[in-house]
Design a protein around this ligand. Structure first.
Ligand SMILES: [Zn+2]
Length: 328
């Protein structure tokens, strides 16, 4: 595996005139769960410098509960439209997952309308899974819309990204897998996310991909992640940041990789859990390919989408290969 590990090609946009004191930028990472609509352009720049070549943004709750189906429509359009463009302006390939989150499934009248909207979005370019779906409070409504979306995933042959609840995690995780199997989904098409030491063994034993979210200061920290990879090995384990509008770290994936490196975890294992396993799992959608970033068009911030740019008055655009490249 290790000998096939591709270093950053010399013509890559990741090579530029910066130095990284702590993070190893000579390695490619994927953050397969990050809500970048909530993050700043500084975050995008730092992520690219740290080696993140691609991100997956799961459709989720925005903090403020939505009251109209039109809010979902515009949010879904942002995920396949503007945010995908915005990421590209910082040299990062953006994918997303489409779904009705478990929290808002509890507004049943609205949830019914979102279910009618979803089929219009699941086939769009860059949609790599149905998600994040599953249980929050494990209510009847959550169960109903989880099941409906498992059926949708089967119908369109997309992987599923499962959000497991923060309360009653073990019970909710097992229930998520039981229901998924009841609907006939192949565990290899399902990524069960937000695992911890209590859930990892059963998730892996049952053949699922196991996602781990590295939350700074609490819950799953990088140190615990190192121990999990040491104990269970790298197969089907996927590390992510789930960075959003809350206290979270968009560099959690490269930072965890760095800690693994310092802790003596073999480089091939680090590559699997911070890059390859996510690509293998979500690549089953047919929408995500390594060539998307290896052969990406050169970074060009003079580009616009529907007349809109990431630049503000007087700013110098970054253009790959250009002599007036400005590093802030
Ligand atoms: Zn999330």
């Amino acid at each position: 595996m290790g000998k096939h590990w591709v270093g950053i090609p010399t013509n890559s946009r990741l090579i530029s005139n910066f130095t990284l004191p702590t993070l190893n930028s000579n390695t490619m990472y994927i953050d397969p769960h990050i809500h970048v609509v909530s993050r700043t352009t500084d975050d995008y720049e730092a992520m690219q410098k740290a080696g993140i070549v691609a991100v997956i943004e799961p459709a989720f709750w925005l903090g403020q509960p939505r009251t109209e189906v039109g809010s979902f429509k515009d949010y879904f359009s942002t995920l396949v439209g503007w945010e995908r463009f915005r990421a590209s302006q910082f040299g990062i390939v953006h994918y997303c997952t489409m779904g009705l989150n478990s929290k808002e499934a509890n507004n049943e009248a609205l949830a019914e309308q979102v279910m009618e909207l979803l089929p219009l979005y699941v086939g769009k370019e860059g949609v790599v899974a149905i998600g994040e779906i599953g249980y929050d409070d494990q209510t009847e409504a959550e169960d109903k819309f989880y099941r409906l979306q498992l059926e949708l995933a089967k119908e369109v042959d997309l992987p599923v990204l499962i959000h497991t609840p923060h309360r009653d995690k073990r019970k909710g995780t097992i229930r998520s897998m039981d229901v998924s199997e009841e609907h006939g989904l192949d565990p290899k098409m399902v990524i069960v996310d937000h695992n911890n030491e209590e859930t990892v063994k059963e998730v892996l034993d049952r053949g699922y991909y196991a996602g781990f979210t590295i939350y700074p200061h609490t819950k799953m920290g990088s140190e615990r992640m190192v121990e999990i990879v040491r104990q269970y090995g790298p197969e089907r384990i996927i590390v992510n940041s789930a960075a959003d509008w809350g206290i979270s770290d968009p560099l959690a994936v490269p930072k965890t990789a760095d800690l693994m490196r310092k802790s003596g975890i073999p480089e091939e294992h680090i590559k699997l859990v911070t890059y390859q396993n996510a690509l293998t799992a979500f690549g089953q959608s047919g929408q995500m390919d390594e060539q998307d970033w290896l052969n990406a068009a050169p970074l060009d911030q003079t580009k616009k989408m529907s007349g809109n740019s990431v630049l503000r008055g007087g700013q110098t655009p970054r253009v790959e290969g250009s002599s007036d490249f400005v590093e802030n």
